[in-house]
Design a protein around this ligand. Structure first.
Ligand code: BES
Ligand code: MN
Ligand code: ZN
Length: 542
């Protein structure tokens, strides 16, 4: 983790390896014009020749030839001001950070651009200084992550080198240092998830994931309990155990508790799919691209990373995090199509396709979250290929039984620099999983609306609690290369959304004050909306 300091240097005085300035497409920013003058018009010449336009994430690096204190200058394009949001701002700095790291830059000064605040506000409203600092710092730190997690060291004892020092100059905000500290936690959590998602399944078994989580949580104040195979049998977790049957690796359910709020306050239950490798089981997947199924624990990783960040930031909310984890393998004892499993909730599941395993293990994860007192549920999973067809790699699919909780998750995502969009759960979809022999089948008769039918399955296991399902099969890893404006590889999504959502929960009144009925929740959400849209939130609120 590089050192990050707030300095009073300026563009010319910066003595770091590089200096980073931004500009929009509509004209060069004052900082870029200043650099341009110092460099004898080099940038405006590039602009006139259309070599540099300020297009989003364009990021040429120029040698400064002694005309500026830093040897190199990166000019980062931010595109059209009207299109800027926290997702694009974060991604621009993420891509910039990655390019600087690969260019061998060890220290960088970032010069603030007041036009960013104007762009985010659409020209009016309060300047969102904290939001900008958070996106800039988090983005740079995500760019400073090296994906070669299993490469051995070079002769000089290092892998690819990292940025070691970031200086910020000119940024506005009540307490820039505090926002920097928060961004460091958000970025560390995100990078931890990315490392887990990248680590192959022979190095990250369910047992190893649990061990690493326990190590990470030491000293954080989080309570962890890892349910092992015998515990799962005792508790009747027949859904998770059923999926695990085909593997020699024992399953676990990682249960994490953070009691940061008052006892009577609502409790957010985060449940993440932890399939450390998905072969498809007996309904086996084709060989091509199967290696990507090492990433099938991305949801579980995001829950664990979020729990660490929530505790590290001491967020005064009550949260439980649950990660059912197993491999999905076609071993001799594997579960088979036609098998019926009895889940923790008592509901029976007819398995019609062993490759629809994520929803099955989540059934027991959701039951465990309810067992641990969750009043609201959010699950996250690399669940369906269909969501990639629908939304690609930039947008997570959101499905819910509760528009209010859906809106809270959407707002948290907007703050976090994650993109979510809702897929409907109209009653016409309700019948798609009817089974002749069990309470529910794990796939529908047709492939149509594949992401929604998965959500219909999950909804069977949430009882009457408000619940949101996030399908991150597309957003957890951007591997297609067609989205060049989105950083490639693992994203760590939606770990930061969960941290912001926990902050929202920290500001909810006690359950008995408002009643857990829908009217009470509506009041809670109205109050929260007023906080967000009206007065700028206090520093602890952003
Ligand atoms: N883990 C996969 C979904 C997935 C696909 C994640 C691509 C990441 C990238 C999931 O377990 C799966 O196999 N889903 C099936 C469900 C089908 C059998 C109903 C799918 O989407 O094909
Ligand atoms: Mn599968
Ligand atoms: Zn899967």
């Amino acid at each position: 983790m590089p050192e990050i300091i707030v300095t009073a240097t300026d563009l010319a005085g910066a003595s770091t390896d590089a200096v980073l300035v931004t500009t929009f497409e509509d004209g060069l920013s004052p900082a870029v014009l200043q650099a341009d003058a110092a460099l004898g018009g080099a940038i405006s010449e590039m602009k006139e020749a259309s070599e540099f336009t300020g297009r989003f994430a364009q990021r040429p690096v120029l040698r400064t030839l002694g005309r500026l204190g830093a040897k190199r200058l990166m000019v980062l394009g931010l595109g059209k001001p009207a299109q800027l949001d926290s997702y694009r701002l974060l991604n621009a700095f993420w891509l910039a950070g990655g390019a600087l790291r690969l260019a061998g830059v060890r220290s960088v000064t970032v010069v603030a651009d007041p036009a960013i605040a104007v762009a985010l506000d659409g020209g009016h409203g309060p300047a969102r200084g904290d939001e900008i600092v958070r996106a800039v710092v988090t983005g740079l730190l995500l760019g400073n992550w090296d994906g070669g997690v299993t490469k051995t060291v070079d002769e000089d004892g290092t892998r690819d080198k990292l940025i070691e020092r970031v200086e910020l100059t000119g940024f506005a905000g009540d307490d820039v240092d505090a926002v920097v500290a928060e961004a460091q936690v958000l970025a560390s959590a995100t990078n931890q998830v990315r490392t887990w998602v990248t680590t192959p399944s022979n190095r990250l078994t369910p047992t190893e994931l649990a061990a690493q989580a326990e190590r990470l949580f030491q000293g954080s104040g989080l309570e962890v309990e890892v349910l092992r195979k015998a515990d799962l049998e005792r508790l009747g977790m027949g859904a998770l155990l059923g999926v695990a049957q085909g593997s020699e690796e024992p399953p676990v359910m990682i249960c994490v508790r953070w009691d940061g709020g008052r006892p009577g306050q609502p409790r957010l239950g985060l449940v993440g799919k932890g399939i450390t490798f998905d072969t498809g089981g007996i309904s086996i997947k084709p060989a091509g691209g199967m290696e990507m199924m090492k990433t099938d624990m991305g949801g579980g990783g995001a829950v664990l990373g979020a729990m660490w960040a929530i505790a590290t930031l001491q967020i005064p909310a009550n949260v439980v995090g649950i990660v059912p984890a197993t491999e999905n393998m076609p071993g001799g004892r594997a579960y088979k199509p036609g098998d019926v499993l009895t889940s923790r909730s008592g509901k029976t599941i007819e398995v019609l396709n062993t490759d629809a395993e994520g929803r099955i293990i989540l059934a027991d994860g959701l039951a465990q979250a309810r067992e641990m007192g969750a009043t609201h549920l959010v699950d996250v999973a690399t669940l369906t290929g269909a969501v990639i067809v629908a939304l690609g790699h930039a947008t997570t699919g959101l499905m819910t039984n509760d528009a209010r909780l859906g809106a809270l998750v959407g707002q948290a995502a907007a703050r976090a620099g994650d993109r979510v969009s809702e897929l409907p759960m109209f009653p016409e979809y309700d019948v798609c999983l009817e089974s002749q022999v069990a309470d529910v089948a794990n796939i529908g008769a047709s492939r149509a609306a594949g992401s929604i039918s998965a959500a219909v399955f999950l909804r069977e296991f949430v009882g009457d609690l408000p619940w949101v399902h996030l399908d991150i099969a597309g957003t957890s890893w951007n591997d297609q290369g067609e989205l060049k404006m989105v950083p490639s590889g693992p994203s760590g999504t939606p770990v930061r959304t969960f941290v912001h959502l926990a902050r929202t929960f920290a500001s909810l009144p006690d359950a008995d004050e408002v009643g857990m009925g829908s009217a009470g929740q509506e009041r809670v959400v109205e109050r929260w909306r007023a906080d967000v849209d009206g007065e700028p939130a206090g520093p602890g609120e952003k």
